[in-house]
Ligand binder design. Structure first.
Ligand code: MCN
Ligand code: MOS
Length: 764
């Protein structure tokens, strides 16, 4: 049947609307015209407004709160403090492990970080809530805090044995190697910095809860709300059709979410609570600060004999976050001996969280700078160095790569960039006062996989609806699912409407780890295939069908019309056919779960991450790959660094939509420019406060910081990674870009900055 042939269509299809076509974002017009309604834009009757109050100490206890003035201020409906009884139960974690605490109070009496929510005020208007919140008087018993990793009291931390990766005898091989380098690399605390803040509107109707909240995981968050309030999962509805960016931060229901939902229940009125910008720096975790040492021993011809890697990341006093620092170190290069270990150090911070490529991003900063250092030590070109040590199989699991177009990425990127013309010596290129440097680094991200579900409806008028509780926070989910359904069913893409972001639609797991496109194209492909089979089956067998007397064994649907593949007999639009057989819809629910899946497993699959499929399952090791080539210009007198050129070649397998994939890759590169040169959470040493928690002082790249970016796709369809041959796109390009910039800065200046961001004072 046509559908199955189309599965093997070329990667960059000539048809805009087919999978692989460069269709523009179908949600674009709604977003640009303002028709797209974001979570906080809901106008609800009787809406009230909540404002949070955060602790001004990093450690200690709230000893008293005087709320009398706030309670009697105009418009105030409620003041919530650690004494307020909210009757919330402890909710399970994202693996589904039950909470160790039977109850949960989202307003803390014991303070473990600055900014932790300790009180909330609910009022008729937002302004009244803000004014009343300022009237609260709080007393603390302050205790000494460990403000960050550089704090003398921080210590070496706790070993995380599950992170240890070892083969051969790395220490002995390093000691015996004729050429050795060893260096320490640091990354600071960084933030996701999405434009749309966190927050929600919560409304109770009896024991049914509706939440409008930007979310990367409706089903997981609905489970948390259901567990907090002890209501059935089905009673909670999360609505999140449009999201102003998440970058990993919007996958969990958080303390402020609990406060708003509890307040709505207490008041019997809907509550809106939106974090202000500084609160967005302390109410959920950004990327943990990291420290790594990388030691590499090699032969004189550049062949690596040993890598010894040690990493540390900060975590919270009362929560655990492990940023896997050995993730890229262990797979990028072939080495007979390897050792990677990791500790975490507890500091007084909110629990760090996922920011685009957690683990792979800082891991690549260590190993990709270290390889550059080794290349200089040996007098070998840094690109050549990478090819000498090219890993022909996964060095850790010893499994074959499903596909690894990294050699092709190096070749295509080098060619487009003009790498061959690079003089090897640092400080050998200049333009007036500007020192010019060229750097290269590689990146990778695993192909994370999971099972998915979707509903596809063919309606009486010939249009098609796709429903899923998955989300689009800007990646392009709406568009690629429309393309998948259009191609599979043989209807024009403008006849397909995709509905996302409502937890009452077909279930979906977390949008994280760059897995959603692969999961959901697979689910929609399956559901649409089932709907098509049903349509054709009906056409062949229904006595009212004009096709029945053809006695054909198949039919084809193209451009929304049904006909026999040989062009004999009737030729009807889907609408005409549906009218003839008296149907107003054909509906199919497709999921990629095994047939033996129990209802409990199905629930677990969508509401936890426990059933994700390992990327090294079976015979294959599955990753996306990339190579970044960067030019920087460094002002010789002032030390200011400008990225003036980036060429990146990337292997994400088959692209569902190259226009959107390129946009994703460029977004990752831009975030990487921010990480390399600008971003850094600065902690006040006295009170552990983030002093630059706003968009004026937390520096992010703007248009003026970003040159033209060239991206080249070198991927080929990967049948082991997804139903349609794609690998992950969303996080790949932020891996390896910061080290490419750091390496270019070394080439420009002869100065090795191993501590991000590369600010001017580190260069002069
Ligand atoms: N795509 C493609 N071909 C493929 C795979 C993907 O064309 N083989 C394109 C599609 O347009 C798809 C997009 O790339 O919608 C991303 O697909 P995928 O790599 O599967 O990533 P997810 O859909 O799971 O998105 C999550 C990912 C993550 S984990 C973070 S963090 C991130 C990112 O996407 N946050 C983002 N990209 C973001 N982009 C925007 N605008 N905002 C965020 O918050
Ligand atoms: Mo992305 S950090 O996995 O949401």
């Amino acid at each position: 049947m046509t559908v199955h042939d189309m599965k093997h269509a070329a990667s960059d299809s000539a048809h805009l609307e087919a999978v692989g076509g460069r269709l523009s974002r179908v949600d674009g017009p709604a977003k640009i015209t303002g028709a797209a309604k974001y979570a906080f834009e809901q106008q609800l009757e009787g809406l009230t407004h909540a404002v949070l109050v955060g602790a001004t100490i990093a450690a200690g206890k709230v000893s008293a709160i005087d709320s009398r003035a706030a309670e009697t201020a105009p418009g105030v409906l409620a003041v919530l403090t650690p004494d307020t009884i909210m009757e919330l139960k402890g909710a399970s974690d994202w693996f589904g492990n039950p909470s160790p605490q039977p109850t949960y109070n989202p307003l803390a009496r014991e303070v473990s970080y600055s900014g932790q929510h300790i009180a909330a005020v609910v009022a008729e208007t937002f302004e009244q809530a803000v004014a009343a919140a300022a009237l609260l008087k709080v007393w603390y018993d302050e205790t000494p805090a460990i403000v960050d990793l550089s704090d003398g009291k921080a210590g070496d931390g706790i070993p995380i044995d599950a992170m240890t990766k070892e083969w051969g005898d790395a220490q002995a091989a390093f000691a015996a190697a004729p050429v050795r380098i060893c260096a320490a690399y640091n990354t600071p605390r960084e933030f996701q910095a999405a434009m749309e803040p966190h927050g929600l509107i919560a409304r109770w109707e009896g024991d049914e809860l509706t939440i409008w909240e930007p979310s990367q995981w409706l089903d997981g968050m609905a489970r948390t709300y259901a567990e907090w309030f002890g209501v059935p999962f089905e009673n909670v509805r999360l609505v999140s059709p449009y999201i102003g960016g998440g970058f990993g931060s919007k996958a969990l229901a958080l303390a402020h979410s609990a406060v708003a939902a509890a307040a709505a229940k207490m008041l019997g009125r809907p509550v809106k609570l939106v974090l202000n910008r500084p609160q967005n720096f302390t109410s959920y975790g950004g990327r943990a600060a990291t420290r790594q040492t990388v030691a590499i021993g090699a032969d004189r011809d550049g062949r690596i004999q040993s890598i010894v890697h040690r990493g540390v990341n900060e975590t919270a006093v009362d929560g655990m976050w492990v940023e896997p620092l050995g993730s890229v170190t262990s797979i990028m290069y072939a080495t007979p001996n390897f050792s990677s270990k990791q500790n975490v150090v507890r500091v007084n911070t909110v629990v760090p969280g996922a920011k685009r490529a957690p683990g792979e991003n800082p891991s690549a900063f260590g190993i990709e700078c270290a390889i550059d250092e080794l290349a200089y030590e040996l007098g070998i070109d840094p690109l050549e160095m990478r090819l000498i040590n090219y890993a022909e199989q996964d060095p850790h699991t010893k499994k074959a790569w499903s596909t690894r177009q990294l050699r092709e990425a190096f070749a295509a990127g080098a060619e487009a960039f003009g790498w061959a013309k690079r003089p090897p010596e640092p400080r050998s290129m200049r333009d007036g006062h500007q020192l010019i440097g060229w750097g290269v680094a590689a990146g990778t991200y695993p192909v994370r996989r999971a099972h998915g579900e979707a509903v596809v409806k063919i309606l009486g008028d010939g249009s098609v609806e796709v429903e899923s509780s998955s989300i689009d926070m800007g990646q392009g989910t709406y568009t690629i699912l429309a393309q998948t359904a259009a191609e599979t069913l043989g209807v024009p893409v403008e006849r397909v409407s995709v509905k996302l972001g409502d937890s009452h639609f077909a279930r979906a797991g977390v949008t994280g780890g760059s897995r959603l496109a692969g999961v959901m194209t697979g689910a929609v492909y399956k559901a649409a295939g089932q709907a098509l089979d049903e349509l054709i089956g009906l056409a062949l067998s229904d006595p009212r069908s004009p096709f029945q007397k053809l006695q054909a064994n198949t039919l084809q649907v193209r451009d929304g019309r049904i006909a026999s593949p040989r062009g004999e007999g009737p030729d009807l639009s889907i609408a005409e056919f549906m009218a003839a057989v008296g149907r107003d819809r054909i509906e199919a629910k497709g999921d990629t779960l095994p047939a033996s899946t129990t209802p409990q497993e199905r629930y677990k699959n969508y509401t936890t991450i426990a059933m994700s499929i390992p990327h090294t399952e079976g015979d294959w090791s599955r990753y996306s790959w990339c190579a970044h080539f960067v030019e920087v210009r460094v002002d010789e007198d002032f030390g200011t660094v400008r990225v003036s050129r980036v060429v990146s070649a990337l292997d994400s397998g088959r692209l569902y939509n190259p226009k959107l994939a390129e946009s994703q890759w460029k977004g990752g590169i831009i975030m990487g420019i921010g990480q390399a040169l600008l971003e850094e959470g600065i902690v006040d040493r006295r009170h552990g406060r983030i002093v630059n928690g706003n968009f004026a002082d937390y520096m992010l790249p703007t248009n003026a910081d970003v040159p033209d970016l060239q991206t080249i796709s070198v991927g080929i369809p990967d049948p082991h990674s997804s139903a349609l041959g794609g690998k992950g796109v969303g996080e790949l390009a932020i891996v390896g870009i910061a080290p490419a910039i750091a390496n270019a800065v070394f080439h420009a200046t002869g100065k090795r900055v191993r501590d991000l961001p590369i600010t001017l004072e580190k260069l002069i």
